[in-house]
Design a binder for this molecule. Structure first.
Ligand SMILES: Cc1cc2nc3c(=O)[nH]c(=O)nc-3n(C[C@H](O)[C@H](O)[C@H](O)COP(=O)(O)OP(=O)(O)OC[C@H]3O[C@@H](n4cnc5c(N)ncnc54)[C@H](O)[C@@H]3O)c2cc1C
Length: 417
């Protein structure tokens, strides 16, 4: 017999998004909350990010990942917000019945609101389908980071890094500081995938070369990796025959993208946006399923954790109203991606409230304007000297500029077009 309990708000995942949502709900008068975390401790992926650079926006100071998470964990403990660790959410139903497996057995919670904050996972070698042998020594950047920072194990000596995502660049520096030799970072796109500050501080400062428009085309080694073949790619990202070069190494680190962890969301009937790989949400961060909300990396991949916390705090204010009133204002107006825009969030708005729109451009742009149109009317514009896909852009649009009729289109228009 499965034990049954009820709760006002059940938060799936105790990373920065889940913690900020819990604190936000508490501050908005909702005190019957439960955070469910599958790891031993709260804090999410920040527990293994021991470098600094977190918190500049939220706290005006640079903190390490564990220090940043600690600030929220301290609030959760001080407020007495209940949480359970070592406990995995197994399923969420469309009627918000949440089944968890805890050390005390299975428990079924009936929740007035479910907040999805499960974060994301890294894309692996399997997703890239790199031909060759299957030796040990091929790790995602986050796994290598966990080996070094959480388990005090050194996984590498001679290293090649594939992909210039932020975690890969941070690991290039970390591995160098720990005595490994990082030969180079290879990126398939003609521009870096991660933030410019990480190219400077993690690669240039340590003389680690970054080769753009290159990819791995073969993996060598039987037990342990012995080398990787790298090729240049053409404009269609296809390897160019004759450009192959073999690098000897014992470790290949992959930093080739993050995938929102949405298996539970799909089971709950939540519709996903193929552009973000997260849920379609309205301006209240509510998904298409009544009472199920999402924020943080499970919703869309963020470059900075500060924005994750801010997003979850905004979600909490709306979720608290939903719990108190049983509904939120309707959001019938669609928000679409226009020229040069890769994704937008939220995908639906009311047109009657202030709204924050997050977006990423598709490719690096110089001297452009980010323009928001409602039908044929320009409701917002921002000039940008430079916009890059690695940096999320956020626009605050006041309700006074919006009408309650007509969808929005967000575009990035280059000045010289
Ligand atoms: C490897 C890695 C390194 C990063 N380094 C940096 C960096 O240096 N600087 C920076 O600003 N950002 C960094 N980020 C991004 C930043 O950490 C994220 O923006 C932030 O952690 C996202 O917070 P989150 O709460 O959405 O997800 P997470 O931090 O991933 O937290 C999600 C939590 O949900 C839990 N969970 C998932 N599924 C379940 C389930 N079914 N049941 C119970 N619990 C569940 C997970 O265990 C986890 O604790 C990094 C991300 C990764 C993946």
């Amino acid at each position: 017999m499965i034990e049954r309990r009820s709760v006002d708000a059940l938060i799936v995942g105790g990373g920065p998004a889940g913690l900020a949502a819990a604190v936000g709900l508490w501050n908005n008068g909702i005190h019957d909350i439960l955070i469910v975390e599958r790891e031993k401790h709260l804090g999410g992926i920040l527990r293994q990010c021991i470098h600094d650079g977190f918190g500049l926006t939220q706290f005006g100071m640079t903190l390490s990942g564990p220090e940043y998470a600690r600030k929220y964990i301290d609030d959760v403990v001080r407020m007495g917000i209940p949480f359970i660790t070592n406990t995995t959410v197994l399923s969420v139903s469309p009627s918000r019945i949440v089944t968890v497996a805890s050390p005390d057995g299975m428990i079924r919670y009936e929740a007035k609101a479910v907040i999805l904050t499960m974060g994301c996972r890294e894309r692996t070698r399997g997703a890239l389908a790199i031909p060759g042998e299957r030796p040990t020594g091929v790790f995602t950047a986050g796994v290598a980071q966990a080996y070094i920072n959480l388990y005090n194990r050194m996984p590498a000596r001679e290293v090649i890094i594939l992909g210039s995502g932020d975690i890969g660049m941070i690991m290039a520096r970390r591995l160098t500081l720990e005595g490994a030799h990082v030969q180079a970072v290879f990126e398939v796109m003609p521009y870096p995938a991660g933030l410019p500050r990480n190219v400077e501080q993690c690669l240039n400062d340590y003389n680690i070369p970054l080769y753009l428009s290159h990819t791995a085309t073969k993996i060598h080694g039987s037990d342990r990796l012995t080398g990787v073949t790298i090729s240049e790619v053409d404009a269609d990202l296809k390897p160019i025959p004759g450009t192959e070069k073999e690098y000897s190494c014992d470790t290949l680190i992959l930093s080739v993208g993050l995938i929102p962890e949405n298996e539970l969301s799909l089971e709950a009937g939540v519709k996903l946006d193929p552009r973000t790989r997260g849920a379609y949400v309205d301006e209240h961060y509510m998904t298409n399923i009544d009472g199920i909300f999402a924020a943080g990396n499970v919703l869309h991949v963020h470059d900075l954790v500060d924005y994750v916390s801010l997003e979850a705090e905004r979600l909490a204010a709306y979720a608290a109203s939903y719990i108190k009133d049983g509904s939120l204002p309707p959001c019938p107006l669609p928000v679409a991606c226009g020229e040069n825009v890769g994704h937008v969030l939220p995908q639906r708005i009311s047109g009657t409230s202030n709204v924050q729109i997050s977006l990423r451009v598709r490719q690096p742009l110089q001297n452009c304007r980010i323009v928001v149109m409602q039908d044929d009317r320009e409701v917002f514009t921002r000039r940008m000297r430079k916009a890059i896909p690695a940096e999320m852009i956020q626009l605050n649009i006041p309700a006074s500029k919006l009408s309650s009729q007509g969808g929005l289109t967000v575009m990035a228009v280059c000045e010289n077009e």
